[in-house]
Design a protein. Sequence first.
Length: 317
Amino acid sequence: MSEGRDGRRRMEIATLAGVDPAREAEVTSIFDLTYPDFNGFDPGEGWILPGGTGEEPGILLGAELASNLRLGLGERVLLVVPDADSIRSSSLDSLRGREAWFRLTGLVDAGLYEFNATRAFTDIATAASFLRVTGAAQGLGLRCEEPERAFALAAELLSLPALQGYRAETWQERNSILFEAMAREKALMYLFLLLTVTVASLGIVGTLTLMVSAKRAQFGILRTLGLSRRAVMGLVVLEGSIVGVVGVGSGLLGGWLLGLWLRSHPLSIPWDLFVLDTVPILLNPVDFLRVGAITMTVSLLATLYPGCEAARLDAIA
């Protein structure tokens, strides 16, 4: 909660995490994403500290969270853990609970809107005192050198006798909704791709069919010279395959070059609608090979009907 220079009080919901600066830097890159450069939770030397006693503990806020609260570096922010009864009220004046003043000493910009709008960090001892937590930390964060082995590592840790009764949450499980949505989106993209290529292949069918109709005499001469029906069909399929290879090759090359250009010139998207501020571009060779294989397969299938029509032509008597 903050009170701006205009006298208006603003409130945002956030998740407060108490961290050990020395150990946190070994696990996450939070302190590499702060502005100004992180040198502890205390205000920098020579800072102007408006209001308060100047002895408030320091806190880091997500860049978007600080913007919503209209807070600048060095200003105070009131943290409130509301009582159950006061949560039901919609009035800020009636909000009651455990509260303490903190001093904003840094902004965290992780490039993710949801993270920047909901996260706050302070020293672990300060957080424990404010939240009235005694004993050891309530959670431990581990860094996996091979992120894809997070599930296996979590199972190994939970099998240890010392960790019986604990639960582990991997980065895949924490973002499971996002990954499920991305998987569905990818499946739909392949479906739309297949439908688009199928419609485009009708152009190959039409072009080859017209070619067969226009060159009936030439095919008849080839049949007269002893060319088999299978060979005639092979000629039409070969011509259609050349068209398919040229089209698929030029399309894949153009798509790769366009992807490289978009990586160097990212497209901005609104923060309030998406969790990212730019469109992410990942050039995966496997996806390109899959798209090329699907497109080439459909192109080859599109040559079968014109090829059969050409193979049915009889030799010239």
